[in-house]
Design a protein around this ligand. Structure first.
Ligand code: SF4
Length: 224
């Protein structure tokens, strides 16, 4: 029986909260962004987000194919019961193993230029955890496809990366279970973040304006 029956049911507690795979990426980019999207259900689009959506249009459709010696599945739903993960892989390649059977390798699509970011590597490694449980196999590597460079970066699922991913899953679960929205911290990455105009991180480093606004917005007002 699953230890993670629900993602947000009242009283479920931290140990039963499912962690979306995308939350791992958001968390390592910015804890506040992660909480706004996954706790407060707020999402703001900007040009970069729109470009990212375009990149995903083809893989989001789903489908099967055989190409270059492997079987591919697009938009494959993923789940890991032991770790309480849920999400979807943009693309999974199933490569034949010399001794028989297949090895799944996840491919994650990203908008930007070729680079190695921990947040992308951790999200991919968590996809590998799901595939390992779903197919009762070992997944040794995957790749991130960078749309602007039209290149892939191979990611090996080393012991260090697996440890970082497990630690990140636990940290995200704690954050989402707490319901807290961390205050904005002004960093270079804020430029380009779709929440920049709402957080105003450069002007009010300790303010939490967006959360207060959203909380007040949905509070019933006393009749005059
Ligand atoms: S603008 Fe900065 S502080 Fe606000 S969510 Fe984005 S990265 Fe985080």
């Amino acid at each position: 029986m699953s230890g993670f029956a629900g993602s947000s049911a009242a009283g479920d507690g931290e140990e039963r909260l499912l962690v979306p795979l995308s939350a791992l990426n958001h968390f390592l980019f910015c804890e506040r962004r992660c909480a706004l999207i996954h706790s407060e259900n707020v999402f703001v689009t900007n040009a970069f987000v729109a470009q990212g959506n375009r990149v995903h249009e083809r893989v989001d459709v789903g489908g099967y194919a055989n190409r270059r010696g492997c079987r591919t599945v697009r938009a494959l739903p993923l789940f890991n019961d032991r770790l309480g993960l849920t999400g979807r892989a943009d693309l999974v390649e199933f490569w034949p193993r010399p001794g028989g059977g297949e090895e799944p390798r996840p491919v994650d699509y990203k908008r930007g230029r070729r680079a190695a970011w921990d947040n992308d590597r951790v999200q991919l490694c968590a996809q590998a955890f799901c595939l390992e449980e779903m197919f009762a196999t070992t997944v040794r590597s995957g790749s991130v496809y960078h749309a602007l460079s039209r290149r892939r970066t191979r990611v090996d699922f080393t012991a260090d990366l697996r440890r970082l991913t497990v630690d990140t899953i636990a940290a995200v679960r704690r954050l989402l279970a707490s319901g807290a929205v961390p205050a904005p911290v002004y960093r270079p990455r804020c430029h380009g973040c779709s929440f920049e105009d709402s957080c105003l991180p450069a002007q009010s480093p300790h303010a939490d304006r967006l959360s207060r606004y959203l909380r007040d917005l949905f509070q019933p007002k006393a009749a005059p």
